[in-house]
Design a protein around this ligand. Structure first.
Ligand code: TXA
Ligand code: MG
Length: 338
């Protein structure tokens, strides 16, 4: 199949993609977080195509994207009390809400769970496409399972070009990290995946909110979080600690087969050093992280070291993605010193 990149600014292209969605096809869509691989959420066989195209495990549920808050009515069984204030303050935006699903959501979308994940993306082309399609759009990140999420149309083309007809190019994703996933289906709202809507912001809206930490020997509340994720091909080691110390540590490890992901203000002169923003600039780090990992992927290297930001505000989500990419390879310089 030939994959065509279409400029999202052209209304004809929105209509062409909407027609593709309506007739059961797949389209890569821009959002403010990352590019998604979209299909009609109410069409089981279209959704099945998402799983095969990504090589995604069937136990990992999808996020359903809608254009207006009122569109959730038919998709959920009950609307939790906290819904309205969250939707008012955070939608459209990088917040996914998990609620009890209605019969209309096919099992394949929720991966057999009793709940469904829903969000309104903050991107004009995504909203125009959802409205023109006339259906909710199920869309996971448009990368093959396990690899970094795409933040540019060209990333999608490199990843799954040849497997889908259209990529709607809405420019570079402004946020660059996947949405915050918040489960509001139980009494205490629980953050299952940190993102650009931070714990501190949610704390201002909700009386109660907790961050889910994985409990050993218990299945994760968010199935996707159990898989190694966001990972470049070469093994990555996340180095935690003061930036000046992590920079020194990484510098001592550098050779021609090693790459480093570093803060602008701590990088040193070496062809395999990729900078992804200043140490205190979480916004830039988030926007650049996945593109930086992809750049490193294109290098002839056998291992990678990464400086990790402080785990507060948006830094929590950035550190979460780097640690997921690292798997078990995490070195905390603070701890090794003790
Ligand atoms: O920003 C985003 O969220 C992007 C854009 C395209 O919207 N989408 C995205 O989808 O990141 P995906 O499939 O890559 O990640 C969805 C995450 C997975 O970890 C999945 O397990 C979790 O949300 N999830 C989906 N439905 C769930 C549910 N009912 N209960 C718990 N976790 C759920
Ligand atoms: Mg994903």
């Amino acid at each position: 199949m030939v994959t065509t990149i279409l400029d999202a600014a052209n209304p004809k292209h929105i209509e062409l993609c909407a027609e593709t969605i309506r007739s059961g096809g797949l389209v890569a869509i821009p959002t403010e977080t990352v590019y998604g691989l979209g299909a009609n959420a109410l069409d089981e066989s279209a959704v099945a195509g998402i799983f095969t195209t990504k090589g995604r495990k069937p136990d990992n549920p999808l996020i359903v994207h809608v254009a207006y808050s009122k569109d959730i009515k038919d998709l959920v069984r009950e609307i939790p009390d906290v819904f309205e204030s969250l939707a008012d303050k955070c939608w459209p935006g990088p917040l996914t809400l998990i609620m009890k699903k209605s019969e209309r959501i096919p099992q394949i979308v929720s991966a057999g769970l009793d709940t469904v994940a829903i969000r309104i993306p903050n991107h004009a082309a995504a909203l125009a496409l959802i409205s023109a399609s006339g259906c909710p759009i199920a869309a996971p990140s448009a990368n093959p399972s396990g690899s970094p999420s795409p933040t540019k149309a060209i990333h999608v083309k490199n990843d799954i070009g040849g497997k889908i007809p259209y990529i709607l190019d809405g420019g570079d994703c402004a946020v660059g990290l996947e949405s915050t996933v918040l489960d509001i289906s139980e009494a205490t709202p629980l953050i299952l995946r940190p993102g650009a809507v931070t714990y501190d912001e949610l704390k201002k809206i909700l009386k109660n909110v907790e961050i889910c930490t994985e409990i050993k020997n218990q299945p994760p509340r968010s199935p996707g979080m159990k898989y190694r994720h966001y990972a470049p091909k070469a093994p990555l080691t996340a180095i935690l600690g003061e930036p000046s110390e992590t920079a020194e540590y990484i510098r001592a490890k550098m050779d021609s087969r090693t790459a480093a992901l570093m803060f602008d203000d701590y990088k040193f002169d070496h062809p395999n050093v990729i900078a992804y923003g200043a140490s205190d600039d979480f916004k830039t780090q988030a926007a650049m992280l996945f593109d930086a990992l992809r750049t490193i992927d294109s290098m002839e290297i056998t291992n990678i070291y990464a400086q990790v930001p402080e785990e507060n505000r948006l830094g929590l989500a950035i550190a979460n993605r780097i640690k997921k990419a690292a798997g078990k390879n995490i070195t905390d310089l603070q701890k090794t010193r003790e």
